[in-house]
Ligand binder design. Sequence first.
Ligand SMILES: C[S@@+](CC[C@H](N)C(=O)[O-])C[C@H]1O[C@@H](n2cnc3c(N)ncnc32)[C@H](O)[C@@H]1O
Length: 197
Amino acid sequence: MARFVLKDPFYKKAKDEGFRARSAYKLKDIDAKFHLVKKGHVVLDLGCSPGSFLQVLSDMVGEAGVVVGIDILPTPALPRKNVKTVTADIRDVDIVKLFGDLGLESADTVTCDIAPNLSGIREVDDARIEELFHSVLDIVAGALKPGGNFIIKSFSTTVQKKVAALLQQKFSKVSQYKPAASRAVSSEIFFICTGKK
Ligand SMILES: C[S@@+](CC[C@H](N)C(=O)[O-])C[C@H]1O[C@@H](n2cnc3c(N)ncnc32)[C@H](O)[C@@H]1O
């Protein structure tokens, strides 16, 4: 395992460039292709710890923008004025209240890199993934502005078709993308959804 990690070029790059996780390069890659996040935007990042998406998003939105991160685990403090983090299970979050408390109206983009705890038992895990996905969609419904964008990580499971179908109902365009930093052995892909209906 250690040998695999040491050989991983994105792991080394993240260490060298001061990113908290190699996932930073997944988001950079997605943005280079889809150009969704702009200066001054408000972005909500679900499953934000340890914070590499937050680091990338903070640079993308600049001083005039805001990035709000939520994770069930604490996120080590980031010395960035435009980043706010909350420790909470997204299934328990009242997002409209949270945005109100932060003085925000809505998000231009929501990103979700959540990886649920999996048991290895297919039926149990599929049910967990589906439950979490519905909580994420509730948050998107409450926080994302009409016309806004949504980037969500997904895995090849039996629920993936359902996930794609629901996203297609709710967004004008839904693309699937596997960033270069996403390990080839992983079934991970990202849904890039634009134009919330
Ligand atoms: C792959 S990590 C995210 C990495 C992050 N995007 C970054 O770039 O640093 C997935 C995160 O999802 C979080 N997570 C899992 N279930 C969650 C839940 N129900 N509510 C909030 N966060 C959750 C985990 O605690 C974990 O930190």
